[in-house]
Design a protein around this ligand. Structure first.
Ligand code: FAD
Length: 291
């Protein structure tokens, strides 16, 4: 079922990039839950049947989910969740989410046959540079959910992917199989064996680039990794993007609850302010101010 389809054009895009802004449709999609299974102690994988508008979602875009109540009540505001996978042939959209607060505890209650109200797809997704041949994804925690579909996009364009997954412990590794199926070379670093330390990850990034030149890098999920990737990518002159997570209200650019400072351009300290929901959530790596 589909309601209220509107053409949506993030208004800052044309001003910021000097080009015709992309148009995408946003709808309040009433989706039938196919499954909602635990992946480990903290994360669930939600699969829903979604209407056609939702099936047009692109990597980096997200849906604003109306979370059902749990025993402690209902979340007043919707919660943003990245597209994890879209399968137009099956008519399904998937989410990977960490159960942590009122909203996601409510989401965790959903069972097969229930209805999920998902507003979207919303936002500006990833854009691979023309001619890219090898890219690197650097993900931590829930950042995995956001970056994983980028591997599918890369494969569809014949681009090789190296994915570095940073996790607390080996038991929390997710999406490695999905990424390998998408043709990615997956490297896992963990807190428990110390390989997730910045110095080690930096050496990994530099050796990956030295072995085969990286044309683009993307990250999500960690401020520490953002700062590292900004430094290394600037040094090696690799363009990149980051998907930001920010508490938000409307997700449609109207309420300005998710405004954050950004550098006006990569090579300046002059700041401007942008809405994460509407001007992002994917932004230029070097324009992003860490938080
Ligand atoms: C574009 C986007 C995509 C996202 N995609 C995913 C995804 O794919 N998977 C996923 O698991 N998560 C994702 N998130 C994060 C998710 O939306 C949030 O974690 C969400 O707040 C969870 O809702 P909750 O009610 O369960 O927890 P909340 O009650 O919102 O709490 C979550 C955490 O945030 C803290 N918090 C609450 N309010 C604030 C505040 N105002 N300021 C700072 N901290 C606060 C809490 O203490 C807690 O640690 C995404 C966020 C964005 C913006």
């Amino acid at each position: 079922m589909l309601e209220d389809v509107v053409d949506a054009t993030p208004c800052c895009q044309s001003a910021r990039h000097g080009a015709q802004a992309p148009q995408f449709a946003v709808a309040e999609n009433l989706c039938r839950v196919v499954s909602n299974q635990w992946v480990n102690d903290e994360y669930k994988h939600l699969v829903v049947e979604a209407p056609e508008v939702a099936l047009r979602a692109l990597p980096g875009q997200f849906f604003h989910l109306a979370c059902p109540p749990d025993q402690h009540g209902a979340a007043l505001l919707r919660r943003p969740m990245s597209l994890y996978r879209v399968s137009p042939g099956d008519g399904t959209v998937e989410f990977l989410y960490k159960v942590q607060g009122l909203g996601t505890r409510g989401l965790a209650q959903l069972g097969a046959g229930d209805t999920l109200d998902a507003l979207g797809p919303v936002g500006r997704g990833f854009a691979l540079p023309a001619g890219a041949r090898h890219i690197l994804l650097l993900a931590r925690g829930v950042g995995l959910a956001t970056l994983t579909p980028l591997a599918d996009l890369a494969r569809s364009q014949g681009v090789s992917v190296t994915a570095v997954l940073s996790v607390r412990s080996a038991g929390l590794v997710m999406s490695a199989d999905y990424l390998r199926e998408a043709g990615a070379n997956v490297l896992i670093v963990t807190d428990e064996d110390g390989t997730s330390q910045v110095e080690h990850v930096e050496a990994l990034l530099r050796s990956t680039h030295a072995t085969r030149r990286l044309d683009y890098v993307a990250t999500c999920g960690s401020n520490r990794l953002l700062q590292l990737l900004q430094r290394v990518a600037a040094d090696l002159e690799i363009p990149g993007q980051i998907a930001l997570e920010q508490h938000m209200g409307c997700a449609l650019g109207a309420c300005f609850a998710c405004v954050r400072p950004f550098r006006k351009q990569a090579d300046t300290q002059d700041l401007t302010y942008r809405r994460v929901c509407w001007d992002g959530p994917v932004f230029d790596l070097q324009e992003t101010v860490s938080w």
